[in-house]
Design a protein around this ligand. Structure first.
Ligand SMILES: [Zn+2]
Length: 236
């Protein structure tokens, strides 16, 4: 049941929460805004306590800021496992992907899971390779879906009283479009999602163009889920 209050005033994370309008703007998968927002969770060892905070781009990309802050603030103890989860409005660019791999190689007891709302310049071959390299080095990368949006709203947003359940209901279709494209990146296929901006009326066009290699390589359940192939049903 939704409480009639916002996040508790005694909640230590309150001052680190972002405002609802910030979350709505940053994480809408249909929008192509310039800045990146990072919401992150850190857990140490077997502790159930989760440390949460957020960050945005400065002169550096937000991923670099995180690495610098983490490295500067934490007395790193290699024997204690550390689980980090990122919720990023844009996926890392290739330079950040390289920096993340460098960070992880220096901190072998750190595991990193990255959820992204959108794929950053995803047709750029270097960015695609950067994501594959991250995955190959053990990082989990997934597109944010309904449970992640809901989780972020509850845990990172200073939502209005009684609005605990009211994360912005972004259309699931956009999450599926990006998930399909992420599959293409992982499988080293050409891009199938084309995004273009029509400047005169500010419309953003999302278009799927599948080639034979997509149909042959992407697992059929994913194509079926997107309505890109017809179910084959037999009955005797
Ligand atoms: Zn970057």
């Amino acid at each position: 049941m939704a409480s009639d209050k916002g996040p508790s005033a005694g909640d230590a994370t309150l001052r680190r929460r972002i405002e609802p309008w910030e979350f709505e703007g940053f994480f809408d998968p249909r929008e192509l805004r310039r800045e990146t927002c990072l919401l992150y969770e850190i857990q140490w060892g077997t502790s159930h306590k989760t440390w949460r905070n957020s960050g945005k781009n400065t002169t550096n990309h937000v991923e670099i800021n995180f690495i610098e802050k983490f490295t500067a603030e934490r007395q790193y103890c290699p024997s204690i496992r550390c689980s980090i989860t990122w919720f990023l409005s844009w996926s890392p660019c290739w330079e950040c992907s390289n920096a993340i791999r460098g960070f992880l190689s220096q901190h072998p007891s750190v595991t990193l899971v990255i959820y992204v709302a959108r794929l950053f310049w995803h047709t750029d071959p270097q960015n695609r390779q950067g994501l594959r390299d991250l995955i190959n080095s053990g990082v989990t990368i997934q597109i944010m879906t309904v449970p992640e949006y809901d989780h972020c709203w509850r845990n990172f947003v200073n939502y209005p009283p009684g609005k605990e359940d009211h994360w912005p209901r972004y259309p699931v279709l956009w999450m599926k479009l990006y998930a399909l494209e992420l599959h293409c990146i992982i499988l080293n296929l050409p891009p199938c999602l084309k995004i273009s901006r029509r400047n005169q009326n500010q419309l953003t066009l999302f278009r799927l163009t599948l080639q034979d290699c997509h149909y042959q390589t992407i697992p059929p359940p994913i194509l079926l889920d997107m309505g890109l192939i017809q179910p084959l049903v037999t009955w005797r």
